[in-house]
Design a binder for this molecule. Structure first.
Ligand SMILES: Cc1cc2nc3c(=O)[nH]c(=O)nc-3n(C[C@H](O)[C@H](O)[C@H](O)COP(=O)(O)OP(=O)(O)OC[C@H]3O[C@@H](n4cnc5c(N)ncnc54)[C@H](O)[C@@H]3O)c2cc1C
Length: 823
């Protein structure tokens, strides 16, 4: 009876924690258990009386709010106030910017999958689709990337003209201001397609539609500012840039030394109240050609012309290029990707208050404005560029692996090549899934700052992985630059994508989990706000609610993690049946494991977790992989579960689950409180570590998908530039690839005949003649084989240059070092 009662007690406690029972249910259930124990085990009065006394005391202490607050919550509250890391207003604004969405669901430890699957699949309007099929296609055809990157070091004038005239700079500006008013999805599709043709052009189009004057004016501009500037930006009459970064403020952009002082000055012949500015900025995209400069600076009011306060905080302004004192510098060379980029300075530049974005009302709000806009823009531009690169290499490097032959076989038949090729294909599938899911969220009005950081970081990193793999597969044809090279510039561009819009190491180490832990966790932000509440009484009451909610949440995740760990996720709910069912179940397990591990790390390290960047990064990795895998499963459902795509789904899910497991294991290995880390590991992985990287067979199938013409390959690479109608390198690959598939059976017939000893000629050309003579193949087959040789040669040939030495020996123009570098 004693043993049975013990088992029953454990089962009840476990179930209550697992289902997150409320205080009343806990009290009732524990009282019932105590009663069963008392009666069933015939305990002596010496045991029963203290047992019931302790139970009654616990009920009083925990169940009566006034007592609980006084004896438990208040001491905790004071302790929290002491240990809570002090937070600058900049950090606080950054933390509170944007919204939370599916990321918060992943933090619960029991995501509601139906909510994700019910979300409508994002789609393009007819007008958006037409712009992509027509104007964007034409723009791509105007771009000769070799000429742009090697000869002109700029877009051709006709492309600049076309971009401005056709409204590429006004994709996000509403129609009422003369812009396109496109959805986030359409904006992304345009950038993705251009990126698959020319990174230089993609960056040029991307920047005015991302963080810059256009977006800032849309969100915060005064009516007059919107009416004046938005139509000019939409039509390309003004070319914008946005200048935040300077020599002393890169990642730590809040530390900008650039200054504005409130004063009176002359503006267009009138004396006005305004700001005198001094700044030094660098790396500014479109800076050299801009006509309208968006500027971030710190505003001061030393003469108190606006009020009592002297330091007013980060503020944003619009500076016309021709304003006296503005100096637009020369051009930087960002790794041979010659989009316009350079430094600029301002010396005693005077602007009236009406040039501050949002006017006086938004003085000092600049940091929040930037972070909010970044929460949106970061989820669009660089992810689109990265997916453009992933799709390009999936399609063309996949084709190359089918066309290029070594050891008498297409190189894609070798397992060594299948491994990186599968990775390219499946990571592209995953990147595109995450891109579209995020765009769907943006298009329903979310501003998910944590998710946009996840996609910025992970998609640019996967772009790096894919392009490196493609380089390995294509060997010399990827390395030798020239008009025939499809990979070189995308390879050179990767550090730019990694560095801009939040450098990746910083994003992984500080932002993803750092922001996610506070924003997405169901209780932490509430605790945080309660502790910082200047109204102590209200703060204590809120804290009491949050801290006990948090305790229940942790207990629930302990119970869930252990149960799911023991069963490896089986017996949990999946919203679907079939081949992806187990992945949903495994994600339930990993979500609970993540939520518990995050809480243990936060509870044991507190504010010190901010400095333990590698622990924070690993937790961020798990959260990110949960998001990426969710997006893969959602895409598979949205696309009607096409069976041919399963190798990609399988690869992406298995790889992500393995990475989650390894990140958690490394986290446990490095948590400073060792006994707790061991315990945590036991709870999360009670039956060992089940996940491995995808198998060789999955690799083979995933690689085969991009070496075979058909719907799956087209679906994977949909939306990139191919240029069938124009002469392009991409079209050369397409022709050779399609032909390779046609001649494959003929080549097999020849191979079989050779193995059977029917063909004895040593050379391929002689063997074809011999096969015709013997009636093994027809003349038509032979012609197809000969054509294949020509097409194959066309694809594998690389460029060579007679004037290489001269080109590169040329001295850079303007080699004088600007003052900006004289540090
Ligand atoms: C081609 C190009 C275009 C750009 N366009 C613009 C533009 O239009 N407008 C604009 O304002 N800016 C622009 N930038 C600036 C860009 O946003 C910055 O380069 C970026 O913020 C990083 O600053 P940094 O290069 O000075 O690197 P640093 O800040 O010096 O960082 C160096 C390294 O340290 C890491 N790091 C920094 N702090 C931490 C930390 N706490 N923990 C871990 N790692 C950390 C970073 O991740 C990075 O890896 C552009 C930059 C480039 C290269």
């Amino acid at each position: 009876m004693g043993f049975a009662t013990l088992v029953l007690s454990i089962a009840v406690v476990w179930a209550l924690a697992y289902w997150g029972a409320g205080t009343g249910v806990w009290v009732a259930a524990l009282a019932a258990l105590l009663a069963v124990t008392t009666i069933g085990t015939e305990l002596s009065g010496w045991v029963v009386v203290p047992l019931w006394t302790v139970a009654a005391a616990a009920v009083l202490l925990l169940g009566v709010p006034a007592i609980r607050r006084r004896y438990i919550t208040a001491p905790l509250f004071h302790q929290f106030r002491k240990v809570m890391p002090p937070m600058s207003s900049t950090e606080q604004e950054a933390l509170e910017a944007g919204s939370v969405w599916w990321d918060a669901e992943l933090f619960t430890g029991k995501p509601d999958w139906q909510r994700l699957l019910n979300m409508p699949k994002p789609h393009l309007s007819a007008e958006e689709q037409a712009f992509i099929d027509n104007e964007t296609e034409v723009l791509c055809s105007l771009l000769d990337d070799w000429r742009i990157t090697h000869e002109d070091r700029d877009l051709p004038p006709e492309a600049w003209r076309y971009i401005r005239e056709k409204g590429f700079f006004g994709l996000i500006i509403p129609e009422e201001f003369g812009g396109k008013g496109f959805s986030a999805l359409a904006h992304s599709e345009v950038v993705m397609k251009i990126a698959s043709r020319s990174v230089t052009a993609a960056v040029t189009v991307m920047v005015p539609n991302s963080l810059g004057p256009g977006k800032l004016l849309l969100h915060y501009g005064t009516r007059e500012q919107k009416q004046h500037y938005l139509p000019r930006l939409a039509q390309g009459d003004d070319i914008p840039c946005f200048a935040l970064t300077g020599p002393d403020a890169g990642s730590d952009a809040g530390a900008i030394p650039d200054r504005g002082e409130v004063c009176y000055g002359d503006w267009q012949g009138k004396r006005e109240l305004g700001v005198r500015l001094n700044w030094e900025k660098r790396y500014i995209t479109l800076g050299p050609v801009c006509t309208l400069l968006g500027l971030a600076f710190k505003l001061y009011d030393p003469d108190h012309l606006l009020g009592e306060q002297t330091e007013l905080g980060v503020t944003l302004a619009l500076i016309p290029r021709d304003t006296p004192g503005v100096q637009i510098g020369e051009r930087h060379i960002p790794l041979d990707i010659p989009f316009q980029n350079g430094p600029n300075e301002g010396h005693d530049v005077f602007i009236p208050m009406s040039q501050l974005i949002g006017g006086s009302e938004y003085i000092g709000q600049g940091w929040r404005m930037l972070v909010e806009c970044l929460a949106e823009g970061r989820g669009i531009s660089l992810p689109a560029l990265s997916v453009g690169a992933g799709k390009t290499v999936s399609r063309f490097t996949g084709a190359y692996a089918a066309i290029r032959r070594q050891f008498n076989m297409p190189i894609g038949r070798f397992e060594g090549i299948q491994e990186p090729l599968a990775r390219i294909a499946a990571l592209t599938y995953q990147m595109d899934a995450a891109r579209t899911l995020t765009l769907g969220a943006l298009d329903i009005g979310e501003k998910p700052s944590v998710i946009s950081a996840i996609v910025k970081y992970h998609l640019t990193e996967k772009y790096r992985r894919c392009i490196n793999d493609a380089m390995d597969i294509q060997g010399g044809s990827g390395i030798c630059l020239g008009p025939s090279n499809l990979l070189g510039r995308a390879y050179q561009a990767i550090p730019i994508a990694i560095t801009v819009e939040g450098a990746n190491i910083l994003t992984r180490s500080m932002i993803i989990f750092g922001q996610g832990a506070v924003r997405c966790h169901p209780w932490v932000l509430k605790e945080f706000q309660a502790v910082q509440n200047p109204d102590r009484k209200r703060g204590l009451a809120d804290f009491d609610h949050a801290i006990f909610g948090h305790v229940g949440f942790v207990l629930g995740n302990v119970a869930r993690s252990l149960f799911l760990g023991l069963t490896r996720g089986r017996f949990t709910r999946s919203p679907v049946q079939g081949p992806t069912r187990r992945y949903f179940q495994q994600l339930n397990w990993m979500s609970a494991a993540f939520a518990l591990s995050a809480d243990v790390a936060m509870m044991t390290l507190g504010g010190a977790l901010k400095r333990k960047e590698r622990l924070s990064a690993r937790l961020g990795d798990v959260l990110s992989e949960l998001y990426l895998t969710s997006s893969v499963l959602k895409r598979f459902e949205d696309q009607g579960r096409p069976e041919e795509d399963l190798p990609l789904v399988q690869w992406a899910c298995e790889n992500s689950l393995y990475r989650m497991q390894e990140s958690l294991r490394l986290l446990f290995r490095n948590l400073p409180f060792r006994p707790l880390a061991w315990l945590l590991r036991l709870v999360v992985f009670p039956t060992g570590s089940p996940y491995t990287e995808p198998s060789d067979l999955v690799d083979r199938d995933a690689a085969q998908l991009v070496m075979t013409p058909g719907a799956a390959r087209d679906r994977l690479t949909q939306g990139i530039y191919i240029g069938h109608e124009h002469h392009s390198r991409q079209a050369d690959y397409e022709r050779a690839f399609a032909h390779a598939a046609r001649v494959e059976p003929i080549e097999k017939t020849l191979r079989d005949a050779k193995h059977a000893g029917l063909l004895r000629s040593k050379h391929a050309a002689d063997r074809i003649d011999e096969a015709i003579e013997q009636g093994i193949i027809t003349q038509e087959d032979a012609d197809a084989l000969i054509e294949m040789q020509a097409l194959r040669r066309d694809v594998i040939m690389v460029d060579s240059f007679p004037d290489y030495g001269k080109q590169y020996a040329r001295q850079p123009k303007g080699s004088k070092k600007p003052a900006i570098y004289a540090v």
